[in-house]
Write a protein that binds this ligand. Sequence first.
Ligand code: GUN
Length: 291
Amino acid sequence: MTSSKVLSGLDTAATVYESFNDRIKVLSTKGVVPGLCVVLVGEDPASQIYVRTKSKKLKSLGLVSETIRLDADVTEQKLLSIIEDLNANSKFHGILVQMPLPEHINSQNVINSINPAKDVDGFHPENVGWLSIGKPRFIPCTPKGIMRIFSHYNIDLTGKDIVVLGRSNIVGRPMSILVSSNNANGTCTVCHSRTKNINDYSRNADIIISAIGVPNFLTSEMVKEDSIIIDVGINRIDSDNEKGYKIVGDADYDSVFDKVSKITPVPGGVGPMTIAMLVENTIEAAENIQL
Ligand code: GUN
């Protein structure tokens, strides 16, 4: 499957992890080991897998990673008091509350309660604000990882027409800010569930970044010849393999592959970069307290 068309998140992440070695060493000479605490509420199978993968990666690098698992019926008040304790716990430089949360919990209240200096997800309004005015502190991990894929493969966004599918606070919205920033200089259109005719936009895009979570949504008729596709989707579909399911992206990979100039695979594309950027943000949080 190695092809110059494939933008590998695994290869990009490998380069990024190498750059962490010196930073981790410098911190360790000061007696600091970067630490992350992940809070997982409920039993969502996909969230369980993400959280396990994140924790394994941090531990493999010798960093501190702990997970607090809470029942799906935990009260918002209890969750807020746990975060208050984590804000005060110097062992943890980063705090991540895995989304989505159960409906009875107001996610924004929870995000607002995290100390912005420990908000390695970059979801706190203060960090969203810094990003919006072009002076980012913590950048959300998935959009940050996608920008790193662009730079790793020397893809210049200047003047490119970029269509972002999806407007979530986790991916689509911050992605649109980054690609249209003064550093990247792309021209961005955000499409969403109320967009009248997505094809009209996607067919004219030089780059499509899809984060809508609909398996095989993006077909060959929806993309321009030689365009670039960044596929953020991690969708489970039934399969007759031994697991009973497989993971596919938002793009119908086989349908678009011949037409596009570059594409991120699923798995092995954006996913590994999200984790690499979480590690980077945790290291950054630890470095910041040294200043
Ligand atoms: N759920 C899906 N992606 C993410 C992420 O990057 N951070 C958190 N906290 N939850 C998520």
